[in-house]
Design a protein around this ligand. Structure first.
Ligand SMILES: [Zn+2]
Length: 208
């Protein structure tokens, strides 16, 4: 039923967007370990409707999600379910996607730096889907934690080679990821080197 696997390789520092049908499952695989993956989902019927971290916080009254949790859109519709997690289980839900100004302002980078916001926009252009915004991503494998009930702290990702998060689409959606190009702080593992990842899609119907 869901045994057909399509593999999409996502090179380091790049993004990809794929169409999922309701019932399809996708594994976000940390091929080499330590890589943060900015993750989004958008309704295929209305790409302005997006998987919302803020709404999902309120749905569960928690800042982090765990297997079994539904993820909802800004219209409170369930778009994905968090099915399985073989990683250490910390996935930031608070930080916006990195963008060209963030590298200039926060890290003193001069000139252009590849970034997750542009990676997402580029995938919308590539697929010819109307682009509306860069929502706050679900930052899979990103261990930015809340300390003392209020302070944010960036920790290197401790996800190991081959660990993955499995999600199920609950509506027809566009599923997008960016293998975060951040190399100026240590979120992408102790050495801070961006690496490629893979998406493994288990199709609910073999005819699609
Ligand atoms: Zn990023």
């Amino acid at each position: 039923m869901t045994d057909i696997v399509d593999v999409t390789k996502v090179p380091a520092r790049q993004g990809r967007m794929i169409a999922l049908n309701a019932g399809d499952m996708v594994d976000v695989v940390n091929t080499h370990g330590g890589q943060v993956v900015d993750t989004w989902a958008f309704s295929r019927d209305n790409p302005a409707e997006y998987m919302s971290m803020e709404h999902s916080h309120v749905l569960h009254y928690r800042l982090n999600f765990k297997p079994g949790d539904a993820l909802c859109t800004d219209a409170w519709r369930t778009i994905m379910t968090f099915v399985e997690d073989t990683s250490p289980g910390i996935h930031d839900t608070l930080c916006p996607a990195c963008c060209e100004p963030s590298y200039n302002i926060f890290y003193g980078h001069k000139g252009y730096h590849a970034n997750c916001s542009d990676n997402l926009k580029g995938q919308f252009e590539k697929l010819g889907v109307p682009f509306h915004r860069v929502p706050t991503p679900w930052n899979l494998f990103m261990e930015t934690i809340v300390e003392n009930n209020n302070t944010l702290r960036d920790m290197p990702s401790t996800t190991k080679r081959g660990q993955y998060v499995r999600l199920r689409a609950e509506m027809d959606c566009y599923f997008a990821v960016s293998a975060c190009p951040q190399d100026l702080i240590v979120i992408n593992g102790e050495d801070g080197v961006p690496r490629d990842i893979e998406l493994h899609v288990h199709r609910a119907k073999s005819s699609t």
